[in-house]
Design a binder for this molecule. Structure first.
Ligand code: THU
Length: 160
């Protein structure tokens, strides 16, 4: 037997003001989407903005439900709409921002495991990396050059 080591490199920006101008704008769009989230149960609002290679920007936010598991995360709300409306477009960048209405959220909030799996599907489908930036409502912003950095040993179509 042998051990294997899995490494990912992420970029950390000290705060929003360090972001490239185009990414800051995409993050602004994600923030606007976050403020429209429907999260009466968790009070945790998440916004996503997706830049496509055709120039379109798709947004989404979390949509909760009294039957809790029926709700959907912001990332999947956005990416499924992008896939539905622009099935042939490639996703270039996703900007994500999340914040609690109960306390300040100053640390970067990564996408949950189910959302990573969903994003991975589109990265495999389009055969090119999806850049992901994520933050709280303030503080550091983390960038991953590819979803694969966030989901090592992912399950994909090659196993089917
Ligand atoms: N949520 C997201 O929208 N994205 C994630 O990646 C993690 C969690 C939402 C789901 C739920 O509405 C709330 O945040 C609390 O879990």
């Amino acid at each position: 037997m042998k051990d294997i080591k899995i490494e990912s490199t992420l970029t950390v920006y000290e705060d929003y003001n360090e972001l490239p101008a185009d990414i800051a704008l995409l993050m602004d769009t994600a923030s606007k989407a976050r403020l429209k989230a429907y999260a009466p149960y968790s009070k945790f609002l998440v916004g996503a903005a997706i830049l496509l290679d055709n120039g379109e920007v798709i947004t989404g936010n979390n949509q909760e439900n009294a039957s809790y598991p029926s709700g959907l995360c912001a990332e999947r709300t956005a990416i499924y709409y992008a896939g539905a409306e622009y099935p042939d477009a490639k996703i270039i960048t996703m900007a994500l921002t999340a914040g609690s209405q109960k306390q300040p959220t100053a640390s970067p909030i990564p996408p949950c495991g189910a959302c990573r799996q969903a994003i991975s599907e589109y990265e495999v489908k389009q055969d090119s990396p999806i850049e992901i930036y994520f933050m709280g409502t303030s503080g550091k912003v983390v960038k991953s050059n590819s979803l694969a950095n966030l989901l090592p040993l992912g399950f994909d179509r090659s196993f089917l």
